[in-house]
Design a protein around this ligand. Structure first.
Ligand SMILES: Nc1ncnc2c1ncn2[C@@H]1O[C@H](COP(=O)(O)OP(=O)(O)O)[C@@H](O)[C@H]1O
Ligand SMILES: [Mg+2]
Length: 360
């Protein structure tokens, strides 16, 4: 074969390789990216002049595959760029020291790296869309739940007030036997308990009246945490409290902000092992005042991550929790036009992040 025939043959090989890579990418399954990367590497190897002595390495943030051992001396390399950032590389290496790459082989590698970068971009966009959709569905569900809850709570409010009112009237009667008086007290205390539950449900549905005032949240957070000092001691849990500044102004309802801090910190203590630390941080971002409560406890299960803010979701043994704390917190935060997110920390434990809009 003469040189131009050889060159033509090489060109055909390269084009075939590119075509194959394209079809691998079109059929890529974003969940099994390692398969795609393996297939591309194998295909790329075949596209080189000396496939038997050429090895390919592909590296992305999540996956890494090589067709054989990579020699460090004779290499060509292309970066994989995803959203203008280098997110990996493709390396071709020749095992024979005397051999060299053809000049067309670098552009071939560049071309495949470009295609792979585009694929990774597409996957990232898809993932973002999916998580956004999930977030919206979640917010929707909480919204509907809020409406139903508010309805039920309203319906229960009047009969409960009646039960309480009439029971109190009865108590004023003088000729009540001692036994009846005790029973009546039970009715009253149970009615009061139910009224508290209804109040919490109304909080969740953001239907609690609030008194918004411009206030400094620093002393509020300090006082709330100080009130929990004894609870921390009893549980043998330590805490750190970091306040970025002494003056952090917000338009908010003082009692409700106290409730938010209280509920989050109480949960953190409850789920903290002895001798561990709860971290409470308050700082500002561009537009928000941020409150973070992080612990070193058991963290949140898949189910908990999805349901923590729903009323009556609780993993505590009955009697320890009614599962209303975080629904109340969610309601208050939403009522202040803020957001709250529950996540697991990298090492261990859960972290709750509340963001409230700053004063203009
Ligand atoms: N810091 C935390 N660590 C682990 N799980 C938590 C934490 N905070 C809340 N949870 C989960 O969310 C559930 C709901 O919390 P909450 O609404 O406060 O209700 P309750 O405290 O009555 O269970 C808890 O039972 C628990 O499963
Ligand atoms: Mg709680």
């Amino acid at each position: 074969m003469n040189t131009s025939e050889l060159a033509l043959q090489e060109r055909i090989k390269e084009l075939t390789c590119l075509y194959e890579v394209s079809s691998i990418i079109v059929n890529a399954n974003s969940k099994e990216m390692i398969d795609t990367i393996r297939a591309i590497a194998v295909c790329l190897k075949k596209g080189f002049y000396a496939p038997n002595t050429t090895e390919i390495l592909i590296e992305t943030p999540k996956d890494r595959y090589k067709t054989g051992s990579i020699a460090s001396e004779k290499q060509i390399c292309s970066e994989i760029i995803v959203f203008n950032k280098v997110q990996g590389k493709i390396v071709a290496s020749l095992l024979e020291k005397e051999a060299s790459f053809l000049k067309e082989e670098q552009p071939l590698l560049d071309n495949v790296a470009l295609k792979l970068g585009n694929l990774l971009e597409r996957i990232e966009i898809q993932n973002n869309e999916r998580s956004l959709k999930r977030q919206m569905e979640h917010a929707d569900r909480l919204g509907i739940l809020g409406e139903i809850t508010a309805g039920i709570a309203h319906e229960l409010n009047t009969p409960l007030a009646n039960i309480l009112g009439f029971a109190e009237l009865l108590k004023e009667e003088t000729e009540l036997s001692k036994h009846s008086a005790v029973d009546l007290d039970k009715i009253i205390s149970n009615a009061i308990f139910s009224r508290e539950v209804v109040k919490k449900l109304l909080f969740f549905a953001c239907e609690m009246p609030k008194e918004l005032k411009e206030l400094n949240v620093v002393p509020i957070v300090k006082e709330s945490v100080a009130l929990l000092d004894a609870t921390f001691k009893k549980a043998e849990v330590r805490y750190t409290l970091h306040l970025e500044e002494e003056l952090l102004m917000l338009r908010a309802d003082k009692v409700q902000i106290t409730q938010v801090v209280f509920n989050l910190v109480m949960n953190a203590i409850y789920f903290s092992p002895k001798k561990s630390t709860v971290h409470i941080d308050v700082f500002q971002s561009n537009k928000h005042l941020v409150l973070k409560v992080a612990d070193e406890g058991i963290g949140l299960s898949e189910e908990a991550l999805e349901k923590v803010f729903q009323p009556f979701f609780s993993t505590k043994p009955t009697g320890d929790g009614a599962g209303l704390g975080l629904s109340v917190v969610h309601g208050i935060v939403a009522g202040h036009k803020g957001t709250i997110v529950a996540e697991n920390r990298k090492n261990k434990g859960a972290v709750f992040t509340v963001k409230l809009p700053k004063l203009d």
